[in-house]
Ligand binder design. Structure first.
Ligand code: ADP
Ligand code: MG
Length: 614
């Protein structure tokens, strides 16, 4: 070991660069953010080999004055903060004054710039931290950065770079993110002479969403615009069927900055949980505006993590805003006519293959469950809907829908398919398949209902209503069910006794380590008391710090699910009919409590496509 000495400034910058510059995309992000801070209305990114060979960023912003070029590439030099108190309320994207110095220390950087009131431009080159001289250069108003051979002199870093196409993808992702939230600015990125992404300055948020998510999704996104002085919230949510297992389609922004915050993401999932299947993330653009002094963005060198001063309020608002808007949306409202009716409707989940709806809209509910076959209702609905060519409205049962139904019943009884025929299948106007799915012919196609999902949703809505009205009917158990627990567990549950009572669950201590369940909700007769206690315990443990309302909500979800028939359970026909009847008047009947679809529609178009008739 040698003696202690001060590090060479170039090495200092290279070490610092490790925090900011990870790959070409980080350079793109920093340079594009600088261009935004410089008031540009047009920003262009030009890559060669995914940015590994060259990254060029051009903007038409205010430019850098000739005398300040040197300072710009010096570390801790910035025009965005002056007094220490500025750190308390950061309004620009940059503020650390580190990016350019860092980039310049790990690449060959050239900056060419001209401010509005100078008639000549100037340029400066920095070669892996070795600063050149400022020279005259021809330049349009604005700034151009050219970054060549990133990490070329740092083989240890360079070897972490991926294939050019992968790096190009990361660069594009950053341009997309920044383009989503910066309306009024044109963005364009090309790689190896091919335009990969582009929006115009006058493109609005919808057009920007179309460019990022695809027009097909953007057209169907639900819009939330909730302005407020304290915390304003703008969001676009894609329809449930566009949910994905990873969060790549979730874009969260705080004050114009893309952020990656695990707790904010959790709030989002909480807000959409009834609309997005468990384990999935929605397609989402969410932008929050909070007064700058209420957040701290200075917690991470890449500024993608944030800390809120009053996070409970922020997260709470996100959850409730998403919930309210979704609950008021088409996805939540009962599909036209509801479960029990035979009125055609737009497929709630875009049909099997995500095709656009073929029918629906404008029809009024025909009321409850049409238990007595479809002929009468179809005659009624044929007035509202032009009868599809295959359907003879006067004789639906002998029409295609009836044939399909018979066909399915036939297949099921033939035993050629791994389906378990319901003894009564084909008798009424639905068919139970594999003790799981209910097939119902409806004008325009076939509706398929998941019996468990429907029952779960029915339980949830009915229980919610009872709780709201303060009249959950409790079924006292003749003999209390006893469950052995640890002292801590027992104490935890007893502490929530009142919350549970509101849900129709009556618990008591029975000795020091035994819990007695004295009553369960009458409506959920299928609930197994011991399983119920285990669920209660899990929820109480997971939500130690949560409010009683939150715990009650969790319980409600869990009980609705536990109290529902399962897929594969044989349910007799009368019970299924009654379930469909109960399903006819729900405030929402498209998804179960876990966000999975309750029903999907196979439109005639879907069928025709499947049989190559189209
Ligand atoms: P920061 O953005 O944190 O201030 P940077 O190292 O990214 O730090 O940039 C240093 C300074 O260079 C900025 O504060 C700004 O004054 C100037 N600058 C950088 N890029 C541009 C640009 N595209 N147009 C105008 N000025 C720029
Ligand atoms: Mg910057």
């Amino acid at each position: 070991m040698s003696r202690i000495h001060k590090l060479d400034p170039i090495v200092v910058d290279q070490i610092a660069a490790g925090e900011v510059v990870e790959r070409p995309a980080s350079v793109v992000k920093e340079l594009v953010e600088n261009a935004i801070d410089a008031g540009a209305t047009s920003i262009e990114v030009i890559l060669l080999e995914g940015g590994i060979r060259r990254i060029e960023v051009r903007d038409n912003g205010i430019g850098i004055h000739r005398d300040e070029l040197l300072l710009a590439v010096t570390s801790h030099a910035t025009s965005k903060l002056s007094a220490p108190s500025d750190l308390e309320a950061i309004a620009s994207l940059g503020f650390r004054g580190e990016a350019l110095a860092s980039i310049a220390s790990v690449s060959r950087l050239e900056v060419i710039s001209r401010t509005a009131n100078s008639n000549a431009g100037a340029s400066l080159k920095v070669d892996f931290g070795r600063v050149g001289e400022v020279r005259d250069a021809a330049a349009a108003k604005g700034t151009r950065f050219i970054i060549d051979d990133l990490f070329a002199e740092l083989p240890a870093r360079r070897k972490f770079l991926k294939r050019a196409s992968t790096e190009a993808g990361h660069c594009t992702a950053w341009v997309e993110r920044l383009a989503l939230v910066h309306e009024g600015i044109a963005f364009r990125i090309e790689n190896d002479n091919r335009v990969v992404f582009e929006v115009r300055a006058d493109d609005d948020l919808t057009a920007r969403c179309a460019a990022v998510f695809g027009a097909n999704i953007a057209d169907r996104m639900l819009a939330i615009d909730k302005p407020s002085d304290v915390l304003s919230c703008t969001a676009r949510i894609g329809p449930p069927e566009t949910a994905r297992r990873d969060a790549r389609r979730v874009h969260l922004f705080l004050n114009g900055r893309w952020v990656r915050d695990a707790r904010l993401l959790r709030a989002v999932r909480e807000g959409v949980r009834e609309f997005v299947p468990v384990g999935h993330y929605p397609t989402l653009f969410l932008q929050l505006h909070v007064a700058p002094e209420r957040v701290d963005v200075n917690v991470h060198p890449q500024k993608t993590e944030v800390r809120f001063r009053d996070e409970r309020i922020v997260f709470g608002t996100v959850v409730s805003t998403l919930r309210q808007c979704l609950a008021a949306s088409d996805w939540a409202t009962r599909a036209v006519g509801g479960i029990g009716s035979s009125v055609a409707e737009s497929p709630s989940f875009g049909g099997i293959s995500g095709l656009p709806p073929t029918s629906g809209g404008g029809a009024s509910s025909s009321g409850g469950f049409a238990g007595a076959g479809t002929a009468s209702t179809s005659a009624g609905s044929s007035r509202d809907f032009p009868a599809p060519s295959w359907q003879r409205a006067d004789d639906l049962r002998d029409g295609a829908a009836g044939q399909l139904q018979e066909h399915l019943a036939q297949q099921a009884t033939d035993g050629n398919l791994p389906l378990q025929p319901d003894p009564d299948a084909g008798a009424g106007d639905f068919l139970s398949i594999a003790n799981t799915f209910l097939f119902r012919p409806v004008p325009g196609g076939v509706e398929i209902i998941d019996q468990h999902a429907l029952h779960e949703r029915v339980n949830l809505e009915e229980l919610r209503k009872e709780i709201r009205e303060g009249q959950v009917v409790m079924q006292p158990l003749l003999v209390p069910a006893l469950v052995d627990l640890s002292r801590i567990e027992l104490e935890l549950l007893l502490g929530l006794k009142d919350t549970f009572l509101k849900l129709g669950v009556d618990i008591d201590a029975f000795g020091e380590t035994t819990l007695a369940i004295r009553g369960v909700p009458a409506r959920l007769q299928r609930l197994h008391p011991e399983k119920l206690v285990m669920d209660l315990l899990e929820i109480a443990t997971d939500n130690r710090a949560a409010s009683p309302e939150k715990i009650q909500e969790e319980m409600l979800f869990s009980m609705s699910c536990r109290g529902a028939v399962m897929a594969g359970d044989h349910v007799d026909r009368a019970a299924l009919e009654s379930l469909l009847k109960r399903g006819a008047n729900l405030p929402q009947d498209r998804t179960c409590a876990h966000g999975r679809p309750v029903r999907i529609m196979l439109t005639l178009e879907d069928l025709e496509r499947a049989f190559f008739r189209r």
